[in-house]
Ligand binder design. Structure first.
Ligand code: FEO
Length: 171
């Protein structure tokens, strides 16, 4: 059984993960409008991965005999100044998510909720990967600067990303 505090915080994170998905889908649409199909593909897969995170919280809350409660998801921005600006925003956003996950772990520890702490460790590792993968793109975009064709080359690289569905869980 989850404590009330833990349940509220986990539901809050479920909402934050939905927002992340919404944000990245909006970025995907923006990148698509620039005909950067590879960038748009990368971001669309990022949005799908966030939905996997959502369902992990959903399943975990249920597994602990808690109550999932869905709340309004804020509208994301629709426009950025450039692909580089959108990716810089992703990096900043993921750092914020890392802080939220760290706060959840702190709460699990203070509530002496070892199961939640254990569940959240997957997200601790995931955030390291997420920050690294988006930062790799941010750094490439910086290196490219105004080099002609640079955006096209990175776009082709990002087109190769594929979504790997997680193993089936839940009921
Ligand atoms: Fe769900 Fe991108 O962290």
């Amino acid at each position: 059984m989850l404590t009330e505090k833990m349940q509220t915080a986990l539901n809050g994170q479920l909402n934050a993960e939905l927002y992340s998905s919404y944000l990245y889908l909006s970025m995907s649409a923006y990148l698509k409008s620039l005909n950067l199909n590879g960038f748009a593909n990368w971001m669309r897969i990022q949005a799908q991965e966030e939905l996997v995170h959502v369902m992990k919280f959903y399943d975990y809350i249920n597994e602990r005999d808690g109550r999932v409660s869905l709340t309004a998801v804020a509208a994301p921005p629709n426009e950025w100044d450039s692909a580089a600006a959108a990716f810089a925003h992703v990096y900043e956003h993921e750092q914020k998510v890392t802080r939220l996950i760290n706060q959840l772990v702190n709460l699990a520890i203070s509530e002496k909720d070892h199961a939640s702490n254990n569940f959240l460790q997957w997200f601790i590792s995931e955030q390291v990967e997420e920050e690294a993968s988006v930062n790799a793109v941010v750094q490439k975009l910086k290196l490219m600067g105004d080099a002609p064709g640079g955006l096209f080359i990175i776009d082709q690289e990002l087109a190769a990303r594929v979504f790997t569905p997680p193993p089936a869980t839940g009921e």
